[in-house]
Design a protein around this ligand. Structure first.
Ligand code: AMP
Length: 192
């Protein structure tokens, strides 16, 4: 069986984390969220975490080498995995290139990227709502939310073209009931 390696794609607030949870529950995949890994470094008070926090609190992406290094470690420590869900990574074309190289060195590859499509207005509404509950400082401040959306549009959106060029890009509507969105996600996965 080849590995099932999925990239969940979409702007902040698109529902990547929520749908990742559905995927974890239904497929035996390892969930790799660079945002979660960075927040865990912050909680542990590591030097990496402290440096990353300065950028994350402003809604700016952390350097490519930092997240690529974290993903590389996680791939090495999960050698027997059936596959991975990449959530919030790759966020730049350089990260996508590095991920292809890391997987190729393990005789593996990305199976597909699935994008969750949500309008900008809906995103801002969801993020402000989440900010009241998640306790994430970067969700609480409208200015930081807008910066994250700008970072997404300038640096991350081009990553879709990277996978389109490899015929690995799929997209589904990210609005509606969580379960309905998951049905669409499964339908795409079944075609991979
Ligand atoms: P997230 O939890 O995916 O919304 O990420 C929260 C913040 O962590 C982002 O705004 C970035 O500052 C940082 N971050 C997470 N993943 C990446 C990544 N792949 N590349 C660069 N920065 C990231």
């Amino acid at each position: 069986m080849p590995m099932l390696n999925l990239v969940l794609f979409g702007p902040p607030g698109a529902g990547k984390g929520t749908q990742s949870q559905n995927l974890i529950d239904n497929y035996q995949l390892i969930h790799l969220s660079t945002g979660d890994l960075l927040r865990s470094e912050i909680t542990q008070g590591t030097a990496l975490g402290m440096e990353a926090k300065k950028l994350m609190d402003q809604g700016i992406l952390v350097p490519d080498e930092v997240v690529i290094g974290m993903i590389s470690n996680k791939l090495d420590s999960n050698k027997d995995a059936k596959g991975f869900i990449f959530d919030g990574f790759p966020r730049t074309v350089a990260q996508a290139d590095a991920l292809d190289a890391l997987l190729a060195s393990k005789q593996s590859a990305i199976t597909g990227m699935i994008a969750l499509e949500v309008s900008d207005d809906e995103l801002e509404r969801r993020l402000l709502l989440r900010g009241k509950e998640s306790g994430r400082p970067d969700d609480a401040n409208p200015e930081v939310i807008r910066k994250r959306i700008v970072e997404y549009n300038t640096k991350t959106a081009p990553v879709a073209n990277f996978y389109k060029a490899q015929n690995k890009f799929y997209s589904i509507p990210g609005v509606g009931q969580i379960d309905e969105i998951f049905v669409s996600l499964r339908q795409v996965i079944n075609t991979l």
